[in-house]
Every structure is written in C-alpha cells, then in structure tokens.
Design a protein around this ligand. Structure first.
Ligand SMILES: [Zn+2]
Length: 279
C-alpha cells in the first residue's frame, strides 16, 4: 500500500510499492510546484494524484529522473507540463515507437532485448500496455534547469548520468538540503552483466557529496540515504579499487563482499544480487 508522507513543511513523498513502482515526490512552492517522476502505469499515477487532491499546488511541473518504464508509463495522466533533459527525451522518442503489448514484451525478453525483472513487473502492472501512455516531455534542458518555487526557494534539475541510466537527472532542493536521486546510484543493467564503472560511479558520488544535502531520496526506497553514507560508499569503493588493483573500468559483484555491516552498502549489495538473480 502506498502512503503519502510529509517529509518537510513543503515536501511529500508517495512511497514506493509493488510491481517496482518508484516514489513520486511533490515539492510545493507559492510560485511553482514540482512533481518528481510520472509513475509506472496510469493506475499508479491516478493513485498518486488522488492522494494529493487536497494539497494546494500552483503552476505544477513534473520532472522525469530518467526514461525507464517505471518512471514514465503513467505520464499521460499528469495534467502538467513535463520536464526532462535532452537524453531522456531521445530515449522516450525511441521507446514510444516500440510495442508494449504482452506478446511484444515477451518476445523481446526471449531475444534478450528486455531485462526479465522489468518485463515481469511490466506485465503485472500494466493491464493494456501501450506506448500511448507515454508523453513526450514539453520542456527540455541540457545540463541543468532552475525552477523558482517562491522568493527564497528553488529546485535545481541537474543532469548527472551514471551507470544505471546514462540520462539520469537529480533534483536538488538547496533550502531543504534534500536531493531526489531517481535510480542514479544503482548499477548498470545490461543483458550480460550488472556492474558499476569506476569512471562513472566515482564522479557521480563526488557530485552528490558536493551538494552537501542532508537527505538523498532514492526512487525505490522508503528511507533516505544520508550524506555520511554516500561519503562512506565513495571511500569504500576507492579502497576496494586500491586493494584489488582493478585495472579495468568495470566493478563487478565479485569485487565486493557478500555482505557489509554498513546498512547503505548492504542495501546496494542486496539490490545488486536481486538484479543478478533475474538476469
Ligand atoms: Zn531505472
């Protein structure tokens, strides 16, 4: 069951749920308001809209963190302009021309063109999968975009890329010291391997640390990540690279321990193992 949680005076989170439904974020402002992501189905997005029906929101925009199905398939339900970066727009244009009926999804999975974790959840979630539920974003940016929430507060959309989806955008709220991460901190998923790369992970973690936020909200978790946990993760990965003398860019699961006592690292390892199981 989803729950609308008030996390600050002006920020709400609609918690993640079954079938890989990610969170929605809602950031209220007197001048402009922001919604994070567009839901994984029209049903999911309707549930979210219903949960915020008594909350006053002005001039609302929805921001896409990346193009993956679970963040965009409910977008046709949103009565707001949609913002994305140029890379997300390109990906959405590609997938909008693909077929999302059951037969097409299963056939792509058989041909190793669709990750089975996604196709299983897609088939459970979407009654009539169709690309018509995907909207082309209305406002496009390259590197970053600032929206004034009111006279003193702003939301900064920053293109960060990363291993999980190279088009990833984060949303930084400097006054609240909060960052919405989307899935950018997760590993890359391709049909052969689930991995991080040194060249993408370390700059991404450095960028997140430089924002000096208190709480970082990942799309598929209830609890935020703390700045100290991201700093610890970066140091841990750098030590691992030194220890193993890893020459190539890829950081594979074998480079990491089975478990780690640090809660955040352990969650990453569990998520990594779950993806491997499905691969
Ligand atoms: Zn994703």
């Amino acid at each position: 069951m989803h729950e609308l949680k008030k996390i600050t005076e002006n920020i709400y989170i609609f918690t993640p749920g079954e079938n890989d439904r990610p969170i929605f974020g809602l950031i209220q402002g007197d001048s402009n308001s922001i919604i994070i992501d567009a839901g994984n189905s029209t049903f999911h997005t309707k549930l979210f809209l219903n949960s915020i029906k008594d909350i006053i929101i002005n001039n609302t925009y929805a921001v896409l963190t990346h193009w993956h199905w679970d963040h965009i398939f409910g977008s046709s339900e949103l009565p707001f302009p949609i913002i994305s970066n140029i890379h997300t727009l390109r990906q959405i244009n590609l997938i909008k021309n693909m077929k999302w009926d059951e037969k097409s999804i299963i056939s792509r999975e058989k041909n190793k063109l669709e990750f089975s974790f996604c196709s299983i959840n897609m088939l459970r979630e979407i009654e009539v999968p169709t690309s018509n539920t995907v909207r082309i974003p209305d406002i496009i940016f390259d590197e970053s975009l600032v929206i004034n929430l009111d006279n003193t507060r702003k939301a900064i959309m920053i293109y960060v890329g990363g291993d999980h989806s190279p088009d990833s955008t984060i949303v930084h709220l400097p006054s609240e010291k909060i960052v919405f991460l989307g899935d950018c901190i997760s590993p890359a998923i391709d049909m052969k391997n689930i991995f991080y790369t040194k060249s993408r992970l370390i700059p991404l973690l450095s960028k997140l640390i430089s924002l000096n936020a208190d709480y970082y909200y990942e799309s598929h978790s209830m609890e935020p990540i703390l700045l100290s946990e991201i700093i610890f993760f970066k140091e841990y990965v750098l030590n691992l690279i030194n220890k193993h003398g890893i020459l190539y860019d890829n950081l594979n699961r074998e480079h990491f321990p089975d478990k780690h006592q640090n809660k955040f690292i352990n969650n990453i390892l569990k998520c990594w193992d779950m993806f491997i199981e499905y691969n």
